[in-house]
Design a protein around this ligand. Structure first.
Ligand SMILES: [Zn+2]
Length: 278
């Protein structure tokens, strides 16, 4: 049993799943706000968001991110807003074009790796630029660790003053051609966090059918949990998830099973060192 509240992050949209895969994937800003609101009521404290064009392809349009932020602030007051700076949301510096909007957080990949059909390129100069923009605009990065070396690199950037206290690190497992969902590796990630970033919190995302597996490992291990339709569109092999909220509810049930409280947005802000809204 862990007393520390568990922060649930809902990754509502992403850049891959289409409505043809699961009609519940929210792709317009209006749908995103509605889907996030339902997930927020179910217990999510962080919304990780990408935006889409009208044809559902990924967009890097800061105006769209601004409309989403405004809607979330209105309908999910207090919820932590995290924008993606991932590689499908534009090229090069376009990926950080929304940082001047000052979302609470933004994802930050600090190294490259393979994705299902391509290289996920995060060259050193772009990583450094995104990190410096996040310092400038007071945006807390969530380091996406697709590989063990990414935890080491985050610790190095922290020592160099390029990441503010205390870096928040997410283990990402289950992306084809990157790190699989592997328990000994997961445990070693935790051990590495304790050794290199002892004051930091960590979370974990399982991609695809193993989302629930990683959620089940994370809650009793004291980490924070990510779910949502970006990563996984199914409840089980034969059933599409009807909403983002349905995936959040599964994590809430795991927390209940382990007698771990679910973090309110206020608690989540305290745990992550984010300011409370005025
Ligand atoms: Zn994402």
């Amino acid at each position: 049993m862990t007393e520390k509240p568990c922060i649930i992050c809902v990754a509502i949209t992403g850049s891959v799943p289409m409505k043809a895969d699961n009609p519940a994937v929210p792709t317009t800003v209006e749908e995103q706000i509605e889907s996030t609101h339902e997930a927020f009521e179910a217990g999510a404290a962080i919304c990780h968001a990408h935006v889409r064009n009208d044809d559902e392809t990924p967009s890097s349009d800061p105006e769209k991110f601004a409309r989403l932020k405004e809607g979330l602030e209105k309908h999910c007051p207090g919820m932590i807003i995290q924008f993606s700076t991932g590689g499908r949301s534009g090229a090069g510096k376009e990926r950080g074009g929304h940082l001047p909007l000052r979302p609470d957080m933004a994802s930050l990949s600090v190294g490259s790796n393979n994705f299902p059909t391509r290289v996920y390129e995060n060259p050193p100069d772009l990583v450094e630029w995104l990190a410096s923009e996040m310092l400038t605009y007071d945006v807390k990065p969530e380091i996406e660790a697709f590989d063990l070396s990414h935890i080491h690199h985050a610790a190095l950037m922290h020592r160099q003053g390029k990441l503010a206290d205390y870096p928040y690190v997410q283990f990402v497992m289950g992306v084809k051609n990157a790190m699989p969902v592997d328990r000994p590796t997961f445990d070693f990630y935790i051990e590495t966090m304790k050794r290199l970033l002892p004051n930091s919190e960590w979370c974990a995302a399982g991609i695809g059918k193993d989302q629930i597996t990683v959620n089940e490992w994370t809650v009793p291990a004291g980490g924070h949990a990510r779910c949502g339709l970006e990563d996984n569109i199914r409840l089980d092999k034969n059933t599409l998830a009807p909403s983002n909220a349905a995936l959040v509810k599964r994590v809430v049930e795991i927390c209940d099973k382990h007698e771990r409280p679910v973090a309110t947005w206020q608690q989540a802000r305290d745990i992550l060192g984010l300011k409370q809204p005025a």
